[in-house]
Write a protein that binds this ligand. Structure first.
Ligand SMILES: [Cu+2]
Length: 151
């Protein structure tokens, strides 16, 4: 299902007189327990911004996890495994850039939203609300389902 969310900052438009609304479109959202850490979960999705925007942060109810970070997965500096492959590590990013009209993919092994200190293991089929905070579009609440793999 493709979810088109129109976030027209109506009050902002009235207050400032400028029509700078940004449309954020999200699909393919899903969540799972982190394969690496039992106390973490990860959320993935495809995001597209009509006019260009930045995803600044995300949050969930404390009954799901204590905190939420936006992460990227990158090769660890100078570290390789026994096959000579670069070891991958996750690190927090300040924001995810959303160039106008481009689909940005959050997926395993790449960008993702990390639930830190989950309250309980995420059960397949469970759904929870994730709040996304965009620089221009503002806050948006997305219902995310826990799945074994991407929808
Ligand atoms: Cu992570």
């Amino acid at each position: 299902m493709r979810r088109l969310v129109l976030i027209l900052a109506v009050l902002g438009v009235i207050a400032t007189g400028c029509g700078g609304g940004d449309d954020i479109s999200i699909d393919g959202e899903w969540a799972r327990n982190s394969p690496m850490r039992a106390d973490r979960g990860a959320v993935y999705m495809n995001i597209e911004s009509s006019d260009g925007d930045r995803l600044l942060s995300a949050s969930v109810d404390p009954s799901i996890s204590a905190s939420v970070e936006v992460h990227e997965t990158v090769p660890a500096q100078g570290e390789t495994n026994e096959d000579g492959m670069a070891m991958m590590v996750m690190q927090e990013v300040q924001a995810i850039e959303l160039p106008a009209g481009e689909t940005v993919v959050l997926e395993p092994g790449g960008l993702h939203i990390m639930l830190i200190d989950i309250a309980a293991p995420l059960e397949i089929g469970e759904k929870f609300d994730l709040t996304l905070d965009f620089e221009t579009a503002g806050e948006m609440v997305l219902e995310v389902e826990v799945r074994e793999e991407a929808p």
